[in-house]
Design a protein around this ligand. Structure first.
Ligand SMILES: [Fe+2]
Ligand SMILES: [Fe+2]
Length: 512
């Protein structure tokens, strides 16, 4: 009878695990996984530059040859610049290409229609790239587009200067769009930059014609139309190219989001843990200069996979231990599966890809040590792969920070009578374990970053636990600040192992 029940549950768990085997991966363009070859994009952008130049200069042989050489040179510069971008996705690359093509062709069209040369298109292109991709890329595009505009206007320095100033103005302020007034401020920044550059040209005697029209009226038109187009096009580009802007991140961070509400009501312990991790991770991200907003929102969602089986996770248990009647490998299966379960839930609730990265990467390929050891002690199945998270390892600094903050939060929650010394040692030990275990090998994090993260996590935990920072009089704080000070076994690095240890301690206490 008991054997029959055990077989039944084994099959049930096996089927459930198989269902989780192949979760949907990220979708990129128009909700479909579309691979865009980089070389094809370069050819298309190159063609647009060629078309603009040839339609401006004509189809004579030497013009075609010059256009070809210029386009090749320009592409070389563009590709060299793009290499500075960290892992730019295909959809972002495609958006960059479209924005460049639009700007080049519109500049040529404006020239052919004899529009005032102060009607420029770099501000709209740069604003979109700045708010959807990166500020660095946006500024590089401002330079490249100004170069083309100058050629199209037969080497007119005034056009080059105004186009560059308009582009840089679009990337100058604000850094992020998080409310509607930021779009207005962006327009204002564009206007100020164009006006200032027109004034410089006027004072140097390089400006001819109506100053009020060129320095005030046309720039106002350019700034206003940029603001309107950005407001209208951002949501469109976000959904087409599956890029998450700051506005979208703020929406995802709203606690009225169905997913967060579900987490709050069905797994309140996990919800509280996620808030703590978010506070720690956000502070660490701000310290090393990476995207703190993305890190915070990623931390909110990192454990949503626990919603389906909250009672199997220590933070949601009020007394009974759901693992008591399970074999260690079954317990490990339930715990390890929360990353895949989270990914399935994120797909179901339309959570963005950049947040899904936090869900599947926040445990890397660590091992659920508690159950692994338990199985080894009991002489059962202790094949490491059964107890190992499938990964992948954190690919960005943001996901790496959430991985560390997650473990550190769980470990410090388990501390009895936490004090400065205990918290600092714990943080250092955990970071050291993750580093030496190779869990940070695939993200562009430096030793300096790790050092800073350790310091911020310690400081934030101290304030969370209301502990005043006091150094014992005789002790020098110097060498103990080193991240790699504590040598410990990687066994303790997993947050779920820490949680299970806490449970063990609790049980010990209860028994006493
Ligand atoms: Fe987790
Ligand atoms: Fe967690």
């Amino acid at each position: 009878m008991i054997k029959g029940i055990k077989t039944f549950f084994s099959k049930l768990f096996k089927n459930w695990a198989e269902k989780l085997e192949k979760p949907k991966t990220g979708e990129t363009i128009l909700k479909k996984k579309v691979a865009v070859p980089g070389w094809l994009l370069i050819i298309v952008v190159l063609s647009s530059v060629l078309v603009a130049l040839i339609s401006e200069f004509g189809v004579e042989k030497h013009f075609i040859l010059a256009s070809l050489i210029f386009s090749a040179f320009w592409s070389y510069v563009a590709v060299s610049f793009l290499k500075f971008e960290e892992k730019i996705s295909d959809s972002k690359l495609l958006l960059t290409a479209i924005v460049i093509i639009f700007s080049v062709l519109m500049t040529q069209f404006a020239k052919s229609q004899d529009w005032p040369k102060y009607i420029i298109f770099t501000p709209i292109a740069v604003s979109i790239l700045n708010f959807l991709i990166s500020r660095k890329l946006a500024k590089l595009c401002a330079v490249l587009l100004s170069l083309i505009a100058a050629f199209l206007y037969l080497g007119d320095f005034e056009v080059f200067f105004i186009t560059l100033a308009g582009g840089l103005g679009a990337a100058a302020f604000p850094r992020r769009i998080i409310k509607r007034t930021d779009i207005f401020l962006n327009g204002l920044s564009i206007f100020i930059f164009i006006f200032a550059s027109a004034l410089i040209l006027k004072l140097f005697g390089m400006h001819q014609g109506n100053f009020i029209l060129d320095a005030v009226q046309v720039p106002l038109l350019v700034a206003a139309s940029t603001a309107v187009l950005v407001m209208g096009m951002l949501p469109l580009f976000e959904s087409i190219f599956n890029i998450t802007s700051d506005i979208r991140l703020l929406e995802l961070g709203d606690f009225n989001q169905p997913m967060l509400k579900k987490l709050m009501t069905e797994a309140p312990g996990t919800y509280h843990h996620s808030l703590m991790v978010a506070a720690l991770a956000e502070a660490a991200a701000a310290e090393i200069g990476c995207n703190s907003l993305l890190t915070r929102i990623g931390a909110y969602y990192h454990d949503i996979g626990k919603i389906n089986k909250p009672q199997y996770f220590i933070e949601n248990q009020l007394g009974d231990n759901a693992h008591e009647n399970l074999k260690p490998e079954m317990s490990a299966l339930v715990i390890v599966s929360h990353t895949k379960e989270g990914l399935l839930l994120a797909n179901e609730y339309g959570i963005d890809d950049c947040i899904k990265d936090f869900i599947i990467q926040h445990h890397g390929t660590t091992i659920v040590q508690y159950f692994f050891r338990k199985a080894a002690e009991a002489g059962g199945n202790h094949d490491e792969t059964v107890y190992m998270y499938p990964g992948p390892l954190p690919q960005t600094r943001e996901t790496a920070i959430v991985m560390l903050a997650d473990s550190v939060e769980a470990a410090c929650r388990a501390l009895e009578e936490p004090n400065f010394e205990k918290i600092r040692n714990n943080v250092n030990k955990i970071i050291n374990n993750y580093f030496s275990d190779g869990q940070l090998n695939e993200c562009p994090i430096t030793l300096e970053d790790i050092q800073k993260i350790g310091g911020v996590l310690t400081k934030t935990l101290l304030s969370i636990h209301h502990i005043r920072l006091e150094y014992p009089e005789a002790e020098s704080p110097g060498p103990k600040d080193a991240v790699f000070e504590v040598q410990a076994s990687p066994a303790d690095s997993n947050s779920d192992s820490v949680a299970e240890k806490t449970r063990e301690k609790g049980r010990g206490k209860n028994r006493k």
